[in-house]
Structure formats: C-alpha cells, structure tokens
Ligand binder design. Sequence first.
Ligand code: CP
Ligand code: NVA
Length: 312
Amino acid sequence: MKIPSSTLTGKSLISIHDLSIEEINQVFDLTAALKSATEPTRLLEGKILGMIFEKPSTRTRVSFEAGIYQLGGTGIFLNANDLQLGRGETIADTARVLSRYVDIIMARTFEHSKVTDLAQYGTIPVINGLTDLLHPCQGMADMMTILEHKGRLKNIQMTYIGDGNNVAHSLMFGAAKVGMHLNVTTPPGCEPDEKIVKMAKADAEATGSRINITTDPVKSVKDVDVIYTDVWTSMGQEKDNDAKIKMLQPYQVNTALVKNAKDDCIVMHCLPAHRGEEITDNVVDGPHSVVLDEAENRMHVQKAIMALLLGN
Ligand code: CP
Ligand code: NVA
C-alpha cells in the first residue's frame, strides 16, 4: 500500500471545517483500506509523532500511539506540565523547537488558540486532539462509524442531544460538509457556539444538509437514524457540574427516549461516558450502541490522517 497523493499533505488538521469534501473522502477511503489490510502497513516507517496533552485522555493517547507504531513510526507522549511550556515557554518557541525533532504533532489543549498557534509557528503538520472548541478526530471517526453502519452519510438524520460542546461543534462541521442532517438539541444555556453554528449552516447550504438548533428532546429524536450524546461537563468546566446536571436531566439518553427514533437507529457517544447522567447503562451497553466501534475507528481514522498529512 502507498499513501495516496493528497492536497492534505503538509497541512495541519485543526478543524473539519477546513477540509474539502474530497479530502474528507480521502480520509475515509484510506481508513477503510488500512482497517481491512491483511499485511502490516508501515506507511510511516521511522516517522516521529509528538503528542502534547494538557488534559487527560484514554482513547486519544492510546489510539494515536498504537496507530503510529502500527505504521512503523514512534510516538512520544508529552505531558504539557512536564514541558517548559508549563513554566511559561511560549507556544511559538515550543512549536519551532519540536519541529526540529519530530515529524508531526498531536495536541490536546484547553484554549483552541494553542493548537492554531502550534500550527502557525511550527513547520510540521499539527493535529487537533481536542480543544475546548473542537474535537475533529472524534468527528471524523464518528462519521466513519455511521458510514460503516448505515452505508452512507448523505441524508442521514442525526440528533446530538445534551451539551453544545466541542464534540457537538465538530459533528456540526462534519454533517454540513457531507450532507448529513443534524439536530443539536440542548436546554437554553447549553447551546453550541453561535459562530460555529453560523459557519456550519453556511457550509450546509452547499450540500443540502439541514443543521437545526432545537430544545425539545423527544421531538428531536423522532424517527432519526443516529442519536449522539456526550458528557454534560467537559474537561475544564467542572465548576459548572451541578448546574449542568440540573439543566440537562431531561436530555438524558435512556430507553424511553431511544424508542422515539427509528427501530434500527444507532446510539453514539465519544466516551468517556458518565453512566447514569447523559446516558443510561442499558442504552450504552444495549443493542443500538456503537460506542466501541467509534472508539476503535479513532485509531483507523487517525492513521489515515497522519499518513495523508505526512505524505510519501
Ligand atoms: N473520546 C476521547 O477523545 O476520549 P479520551 O478523552 O479518552 O481521549
Ligand atoms: N466534551 C468532552 C469530550 C471528551 C472526549 C470533553 O471535552 O471533556
């Protein structure tokens, strides 16, 4: 197998909004090829991935690290607090220095600007491994998972229900690009970022995707193909936890809510789940749930992304 030539080569992946539909499809095609490969595919022999984490992670860390090893490269885990970054060295200097040692960087940060600054000041591709604003690798893995289970993305009806957070934002950008219809259903006060909504709606005009911001949980999941939820309190927002639990209780994904969707609907969650809050045990472990496929696809999609950004 060879890395297909792509306009992604040499670029960073900060947001799904920056990708063309051709680039999105290139990621899905290479993901499928890597996932079904029967021989080892060492497309990135000798390449080094630096992984900066300001927040905890299970899936992102392990899927990137396992993924780069599988491709013949090496991953270096960098806890932001153990870097000089934690003592005030600038992002710009960190980016310039790391660019002399490694071939590609993945970063998980609080402020979104830290990831964009890494990409701006470094000379190597940067992958957004989650910021307070966006989680593009999750969105790409989720769309791959829908594609596998439903055979298409165009005109799939999905409802994201819960907190209008980074995961919701990336799903909005993704849905708009691929022509999927998406309700984002939240209580007042938990809506997605207005700027992101505007940008996604603008993209949606080109593809016929409908992005609706709604408040009624039962109505919004009526006859949908996909129900998606995520934690009510994202990393770094713990002080809002009690208020969020009160506001979001009626938005829990439980058996009664899922009954309103199509019989063959799939239920998605990026994990980690706060079982008993945004989703009940019997739904997350139930027959509609595809949460482990999503987690697995993180690795396959990220292998494709790393390969396309680095090229041959
Ligand atoms: N879904 C996800 O990004 O999980 P981690 O926080 O475990 O990386
Ligand atoms: N919205 C969650 C996603 C975790 C993968 C968070 O930011 O904590």
